[in-house]
Each structure stands twice: as C-alpha cells, then as structure tokens.
Design a protein around this ligand. Structure first.
Ligand code: MG
Ligand code: ZN
Length: 223
C-alpha cells in the first residue's frame, strides 16, 4: 500500500515536471537542480557562481528551504532575481512547487535558473523537478562513505562537486576512495574538486556550466 502511495506521488510529480520542462524549453532556459546535505556549501557555491557568471548569463535562483528565507536573502544580495519556496518542513522540493515558482520569473529574459534544493541528500534525488541537470555537492567534512550510502543523488547527477577541498589536510577524508566510489556509481559524472572559501577549482565548474547552458540556448537572440 505504501509503495502505491509513493508511486502516485511520483506520477503526479512527473506531470508537473513535464510542464516545467516544456516552459524551460519554450524559453530556452537551462535549469540546474542543486542537491546536498545541510552545510555542504550549496548557498556558498551559488554565491560564487552568480558572481562569476552574472556578466555572461542572465540568471535567477529558486531557493528551497524548510522554514526560512536566510539563503534567499544571501542570494538576493548578489543582485539576481530570487524566488523563495518554503516547504513548511517538507524535506524536498517537488515539481509543482517549481512550476509555481516559475510564474514569478521573467523566463523569456533568462538563460539559467539554479534551484537550491532543501538540504538533504536522500529524497531530493527521487523528485524530477523538470530540470536539465542535477548536481550533487559533497563536502570533505561529511565523510567519505556518503556516495555509497546515498547513491541515488550521485547516480542521477551530471556533476558532483567536492567542496571544502582546502580542509582536506585536517580531515580523514580519503579522496581517492571517494573518487573511486563516485565513478563506480556513475562513470559519466563530471567531478569538480572545489573550495568556495579559497576559490580553488571553481573555474573548471564555471566553464563547464557555461558550456551546458550554451548548448541549450545557443539559438536565443542576445538582447
Ligand atoms: Mg543553503
Ligand atoms: Zn523529502
């Protein structure tokens, strides 16, 4: 019985995800669904990415949060449009929420929408939001066992960002083992070793992301 309930929820979600995907396609907007545990650095990565790309791309952010607007306030200071979704305790975003959030964005003027999911490495991976790619963020302070314990997030992602790489000397994090585990779960995953504190490795991520966006919206007229 519980399995059927879950199937219905996901089926319903997929209808909204298809609607989101269509709206993004109609406007040639690329969307990234950013997933990771609380404290792994999702919002910091957003801040860095916005600063680096906002002269090149027109971007907006959808912020998923349980109760607060703390992350949205941080992102707003970067000077891009932000839509806040409060899930009221819900542990993931679903496509219906994202579809509603898109109503508040001028999609025809945008190249890229980044969605910061609720801090959680489990169920966000199960919900298609209509995005073009999912990315998983893992930090060196969370422990190297996480990819194998939460495989779906890595299997469904196009890229994984290993954040807080600058803290490596102060942790027992086994980088080689994690890389091996991640590639075993998903051989085609792009892996970026980054630090949002020192900016190490972030240029590779920016370049890669710009290429993904351009591949979708290269026919969009520049204004
Ligand atoms: Mg955050
Ligand atoms: Zn959830």
């Amino acid at each position: 019985m519980e399995i059927r309930v879950m199937a219905n929820i996901l089926e319903n979600n997929d209808k909204y995800a298809a609607a989101v995907r269509q709206r993004l396609a109609d406007n040639k907007v690329f969307a990234v669904n950013m997933m990771g545990s609380p404290g792994c650095g999702k919002t910091s990565l957003l801040e860095r990415t916005i600063s680096a790309l906002q002269n090149e791309l027109k971007l907006a952010v959808i912020e998923g949060d349980l109760f607060t607007a703390k992350d949205a306030e941080r992102v707003e200071r970067c000077g891009v449009p932000v839509v806040q979704i409060n899930t009221g305790g819900g542990c993931h975003l679903d496509a219906n929420m994202v579809n509603s959030a898109l109503d508040s964005l001028a999609l025809d003027k945008l190249d890229l929408v980044i969605i910061e999911n609720v801090g959680n490495l489990v169920c966000p991976a199960e919900f298609d939001l209509g995005e073009d790619i999912k990315v998983a963020i893992l930090s060196t302070t969370e422990g190297e066992d996480k990819p194998l314990k939460y495989p779906l997030a890595f299997q469904k992602s196009s890229a994984a960002l290993l954040n807080k790489i600058d803290l490596l000397p102060y942790t027992c994090f086994d980088l080689t083992a994690v890389e091996k585990d991640i590639y075993k779960l998903n051989p085609s995953l792009m892996l970026f070793k980054i630090s949002c504190r020192t900016n190490e490795g972030l240029n590779y991520w920016y370049d890669w992301l710009i290429r993904q966006v351009e591949a979708k919206n290269h026919t969009k007229e520049s204004s």
